[in-house]
Design a protein around this ligand. Structure first.
Ligand SMILES: [Mn+2]
Length: 350
């Protein structure tokens, strides 16, 4: 049998950014569901991070995922299997109160995995793993080391690409994945494959780190365990290189994020005309990046005196004219700064 593998969905991404939601809608309505109908596939595995926000669910996001995903699956009588990802959890060390159990758990056609479970699909044994944290670490590592046919998870495996130029450092390096025929994975948003381990990538772009990577969904064949990729045709992060001209298809940039990197510009007028065309095609936002090569990294560092943010905070407060206790203000400011760092860490992507 054939099973659709849908990567991290991140409903409500970036604080329910409506533009991103519209591109997600386009993927489900114009690509994913029509393609599944065409292929006659009605079993779906979703790799977790179904929702984006760990603590809050926007009512619009609730309605949106129900409309474009849940109801579509139910009207087709699909069999949908969702594992819990790190973004579906309000706690760091426990899977308690996860959003998918609470929201999808009661939905017809949906099975949610917040414990490790082994199931058979047309003779192929699949083991579903929820996100590994302190609470289930020991059991997860044990079952992983044991091995089996197919492991389906949201694993953070050491050395794999998170997005181009960025690689994971994680304690799962001590876990032996070699006893599995295939390991199918969400969590990292770029797709990659090494040995038996396959990161499927997200169905769509969501940040600038996705601009150069391919996104879409996969069809897994339980018979030969092959994976076939179906690429999402809708990209909305566009990097355009200007070298006295470009062949970039500007018809595709409407409602997208556009960066124009100027590599060579001898003719000012043709560049201005090009910019008019870019504007005419109504991107959501566009930025021009010009490189100034005479500013080499050497002489730029000479010009800047480097300081850490905490040093800057301390310096600023010591310069402020105040009768209040400067030590106390500094301490409070540093506490707020550290809290903000932790907060931004806990809402970071993947
Ligand atoms: Mn994710």
């Amino acid at each position: 049998m054939k099973i659709a593998i849908l990567g991290d969905a991140h409903f409500g991404a970036r604080n329910r950014n409506v533009l991103i939601e519209n591109w997600q809608r386009k993927f489900y309505e114009e690509f994913f569901w029509p393609k599944l109908d065409e292929l006659g596939v009605d079993t779906i595995f979703q790799t977790g991070d179904y929702f984006d926000n760990r603590k809050w669910i926007n009512l619009q996001t609730m309605a949106f995922q129900k409309e474009v995903f849940v109801k579509q699956a139910q009207s087709r009588g699909c069999d949908v299997h969702v594992i819990v990802g790190n973004h579906d959890l309000p706690f760091r060390n426990s899977l308690a109160n996860n959003s998918v159990r609470q929201i999808l758990g009661e939905e017809e056609c949906f099975t949610v995995y917040d414990t490790i479970e082994k199931k058979e699909f047309d003779g192929c044994e699949i083991t579903f793993f929820p996100w590994i944290c302190k609470e289930n670490e020991e059991e997860s590592f044990e079952v992983l080391t044991e091995g089996g046919e197919v492991a389906f998870g949201h694993f953070e495996i050491d050395g794999f690409m998170m997005h181009p130029g960025s690689y994971a450092r994680s304690n799962t390096q001590s876990v032996d994945f070699t006893n599995w025929e295939r390991v199918l994975n969400g969590h990292f948003h770029a797709q990659s494959e090494k040995g038996n381990i396959h990161y499927v990538g997200t169905p769509y772009q969501m940040t600038w780190s996705d601009w150069s990577t391919k996104h879409g969904f996969w069809i897994f064949d339980t018979f030969d365990k092959s994976m076939t990729f179906h690429q999402n045709p809708f990209n909305y992060f566009h990097k355009i290189f200007w070298e006295n001209g470009t062949n970039y298809d500007l018809d595709t940039i409407k409602d997208g994020y556009v960066k124009i990197e100027v590599r060579e510009k001898n003719d000012f007028e043709s560049f201005e005309k090009f910019m008019d065309k870019v504007n005419f095609n109504q991107p959501f936002e566009f930025k021009v990046i010009e490189t100034f090569e005479e500013w080499t990294s050497d002489n730029v560092t000479d010009m800047l005196e480097m300081a850490t943010t905490t040093e800057l905070i301390e310096e600023y407060i010591s310069d402020v004219a105040t009768v209040h206790n400067k030590d106390f203000i500094t301490k409070t400011m540093l506490e707020i700064y550290n809290e903000a760092l932790e907060l931004s860490d806990s809402i970071s992507q993947n």
